[in-house]
Design a protein around this ligand. Sequence first.
Ligand code: PGA
Length: 243
Amino acid sequence: MPTKIAAGNWKMNGQQTDISELQLISKAADQLDCRTIICPPTTLLGNATKFCNEIFIGGQDCHPKPSGAYTGDISANMLADMGASYVIVGHSERRTYHGENSTIVKAKAEAAIAADLKPIICVGEKLQQRESGDAIEAVSLQIKGSIPTNSEIILAYEPIWAIGTGVIPSFKEICQMHDAIRALLTKNYGSSGQKISILYGGSVKPSNAAEIFSATNVNGALVGGASLKSADFIPIMRALAKS
Ligand code: PGA
């Protein structure tokens, strides 16, 4: 069975004082039968790993190279050195604002694995692709281009039009997409593909989490806005643990 994962992506949010929110999330995670991962901004990694022992910490991006003259970038080794265990790669905000294509995303995922981090590889279709009936094809192409040969990965399906908008796909659309992703991962990795956690992301809230988690091939969530406050994120973790 894939591990149930509640992952929070804090994006470019959070100051040192917000570690107290993380501590509340960490305390709640101790009681629950699911894995909690928070990916805070790099500036909070040190205190997050120091003060929040019941959760796993991840980065939000890494460079494909282990070191070098890349001003402003951070490598997977550096994240591991800070105590991180995971790293998000290929988030749609990186693909859109930093021009990252699937070839770059795959190189980043490989760099993460080489540094003993588990990559959370994000894929998702644009609204236009959803409306023209091409969502599954678009996501399948992204997956084929972005996943490394090593199956030690987490896949996050995040329809771009659902991120931060409050709009989510229908339950049927979520099921269809996650079933298609499972079939593709199984084709690619054999039985290991059946153990990969497939997360749904895009406007997950305490009010819709239980329904989303009831889909067979949804093994958790990658949560943006609702992961910033423990009062929002803990109910999502609880819904997952109960699912
Ligand atoms: P959201 O973001 O939950 O705020 O929609 C999800 C994400 O971008 O990972």
